[in-house]
Design a protein around this ligand. Structure first.
Ligand code: BTN
Length: 238
């Protein structure tokens, strides 16, 4: 891998997107010691105090991936992060659909996958040694706040390794697409919970019962038919 580290930048996703347009190869990784205008999902921002978080982006150039497999990429990145946390800290993180990484029901890491043409920019922000008083909300946490140690390097290496092997499996057209679905479901904290889905025009509340073959969250409202949702902001209720 081509690993670049910068002291400070606005957003590693934005920078790597520009490098991708200039022809940077698949596997290029951009790590920022500090990020000043990190981007989050759903047009949000992602803020981290200097040096306390792991903020980086990875460039993928998937080829020949069937369109129906693409929605799995953000979910797969979540699985890779959970797996790497387990390997390096023994902690069992879980995923709030689609890919918020939770520890003790609080947000530990966020993932933003942006696609432009044949490239995908996988951005990961993980609170490593952020002190409780520095966390942006009381629903956020960090590895050290949950008792793990604050070493960023082994974690970065573990994530790149787990991500690499899951991406290989995802790209392998002859491979079994159900394997990823099963492993996602075992790590998904949203299944079996009551959720509220905030959509642009309405709010749906019900039980999250499944993740379908397209990676969508299936919700059974109190009245009416179960429905799959491919986007939207999910809140765990109670
Ligand atoms: C979210 O939870 O909404 C996603 C947050 C993603 C943050 C990471 S930090 C590295 C990369 N660069 C960005 O600008 N965003 C992602």
């Amino acid at each position: 891998t081509d690993l670049r580290v910068v002291a400070s930048t606005g957003s590693t996703n934005a920078d790597l997107g520009a490098l991708a347009r200039e022809g940077a190869p698949a596997g290029t990784v951009l790590v920022a010691e500090h990020q000043t205008s990190g981007r989050g999902r759903l047009d949000r921002t992602w803020t981290t105090p200097p040096r306390s978080a792991l903020t980086f982006s990875v460039l993928l150039r998937p080829s020949d991936v069937p369109p129906r497999r693409w929605p799995w990429l953000p979910l797969l990145v979540g699985c890779a992060v959970v797996e790497a946390i387990k390997q390096t800290t023994q902690l069992e993180a879980r995923l709030k659909w689609p890919n918020d990484v939770l520890l003790a029901d609080k947000k530990l890491a966020g993932i933003l996958v942006e696609r432009n043409e044949d490239a995908a920019i996988v951005g990961i922000g993980l609170n490593v040694s952020t002190r409780p008083d520095e966390l942006p909300t009381d629903t956020a946490t960090s590895l050290t706040a949950e008792g793990a140690d604050g070493d960023r390097d082994p974690l970065l290496r573990a994530i790149l390794r787990t991500l690499g092997s899951l991406v290989d499996a995802w790209q392998d057209v002859s491979g079994d697409p159900d394997g990823l679905r099963e492993s996602y479901k075992t790590r998904c904290a949203t299944l079996g919970r009551r959720v509220r889905i905030l959509l642009p025009d309405r709010i749906v509340e019900g039980m999250a019962t499944d993740v379908d073959t397209d990676g969508r969250l299936v919700v059974q409202p109190d009245d009416g038919e179960a429905q799959p949702f491919g986007a939207g902001d999910v809140v765990h209720v109670r």
